[in-house]
Design a protein around this ligand. Sequence first.
Ligand code: SF4
Length: 221
Amino acid sequence: MLKVAEVFRSVQGEGFWTGTPAAFIRLQGCGVGCPWCDTPYTWKQAPAPVAFEALIQAPPESPIMAEVEPQELAQWVERQRVRHVVVTGGEPFEQDLEALLARLGADGCFVQVETSGTVGVPHTTLGQTDWITVSPKVGMPGGRQVDPRMLDLADEIKMPVGRDRDLAVLLDLLGRRHGDPVPVWLQPLSQSPAATRLCIDAAALHGWRVSLQTHKLAGLR
Ligand code: SF4
């Protein structure tokens, strides 16, 4: 059973797959504790699980959670009539995703997992993902470290940026990364004009890209 905070169909608004219709599975739980987190309702355990059907019908960002079998989640994905599935959180790798990823893979889905990179994950699980988006979280109140192996295995790196220091952290992480170059996205914190300008300048300098949360601009989940 997986603890699930919400499921919905929308469009991927961030990073490489921007514009792709997708089924989103947002898992419950995250111990990273980013002060600017836009999904804090995933942090705490809801008092008691609700039925999956109630979760499906719930308004966005409801402080509820359902415990759902991977097979039920896969059946819900099938009803969404999209092949791109985004498993996100919270921090999705705090839970064992192996059965869910295996089932979605067997159904022919393309599975993207969005992670902070702060949880070490078995190779067997990572091998079942089609795309790993690592959004590194460094120096957060939870005290977690970014696992270097997760950085090495990332298909894209999406860095939240609010100030110069975030860029220095990113350069340090990239300097220690092994493997082929991957797209690097700078995501302005809270879409503020100052952060966005900072991201544009840095992207121009380093050959990176700026990821605007286009689903939010469109008023979508
Ligand atoms: S890692 Fe993601 S879900 Fe967790 S606190 Fe940070 S922004 Fe929120």
